[in-house]
Design a binder for this molecule. Structure first.
Ligand code: HH2
Length: 279
């Protein structure tokens, strides 16, 4: 157990209301399908439902704010009214985040860490919601073209420290901020593995760590599995991430991640609560 890190974890279920996301593009573009997926993930144990209307995969087509809002708003409204989980908006656009928060979202997940729209920080501060600041090298279109670091962990850490200071300077209370190394965002397989292996160094930032490894291509590179077959590999990264101090897990498959992490946390802490009478 890492000093200063509580044992509890949160699961963030992914809902991509997009035609082109890397693992489920098109499956939930229809609002009813996305709402159904959100309800399923909440029933499986998601604490957060991360709704996104623009893919960040390398080479994805940019989407304007109007189209992004048209995709996500009906989904956010329905999931907020269910009240089963906190709704997160996965966006880098001020206008989209504002409308999502107006509709009752309680979390802003910005893969640019307030670089694309610095005004997002003041909005998050004003609305008193949580946010996640993620590291990305470059921008989605080109980020996988030969990414280089001298020391990936210390560079990601320095970046996150700077973005954390920016957000706090804009009035976001520190306790509402999580940080994320941005697995797969301008990183080679070796960079991703090193970040997971040395994740405990990011714990020193003093903020909860989010990781998003779910179904990502580095897992396919290691296992030879297609994107639809990467759930077991994803679980391995959740377990190692937990052991190294991550406490929020952004996943497409909530039920298996919940089970893996409940058993991991119970083993590490020696504490658990029985939820059924299963023998
Ligand atoms: N990964 C993706 C999108 N948003 N947010 C955080 N905080 N961390 C991540 O690792 C992260 C993220 C990419 O995954 P996905 O949403 O499934 O794909 P796409 O961007 O193609 O829609």
């Amino acid at each position: 157990m890492i000093a200063g890190v509580g044992s509890a974890f949160r699961l963030m279920g992914v809902i991509n209301v997009t035609p082109d996301s890397f693992s489920d593009g098109g499956a939930f573009l229809d609002a009813d399908a996305a709402i159904g997926q959100g309800r399923r993930l909440a029933a499986e144990g998601a604490d957060l439902l991360d709704v996104g209307g623009e893919s960040t995969r390398p080479g994805a087509a940019p989407v304007d704010a109007g189209e992004e809002l048209r995709r996500v708003l009906p989904v956010i409204e329905a999931l907020v009214s269910d009240g089963a989980a906190t709704v997160s908006i996965d966006t880098s656009k001020l206008e989209v985040a504002r409308a999502a928060l107006d509709a009752g979202a309680g979390y802003v997940n910005d893969v640019t860490a307030f670089r694309a729209a610095p005004e997002l920080a003041a909005l998050v501060a004003d609305r008193d919601v949580e946010c996640c600041l993620m590291h990305m090298l470059g921008e989605p279109r080109t980020m996988q073209a030969d990414p280089r670091y001298d020391d990936v962990v210390s560079e990601v850490k320095a970046f996150l420290a700077e973005r954390l200071a920016f957000a706090v300077g804009e009035g976001v209370p520190e306790e509402r901020i999580s940080v994320d190394p941005g697995i797969g965002f301008g990183k080679t397989v070796a960079h991703n593995l090193e970040l997971l292996r040395r994740l405990d160094e990011l714990v020193e930032l003093g903020r909860p760590i989010v990781i998003g490894t779910s179904r990502k291509s580095f897992l396919g590179r290691i296992t030879g599995r297609d994107v639809t077959e990467r759930m077991p590999a994803t679980l391995a990264t959740c377990v190692i991430g937990y052991l190294r101090g991550a406490r929020t897990f952004r996943v497409h498959d909530v039920a298996p991640a919940r089970d893996a992490l409940l058993v991991t946390a119970a083993t590490v802490t020696g504490r658990w609560s029985s939820t059924t009478t299963a023998s």
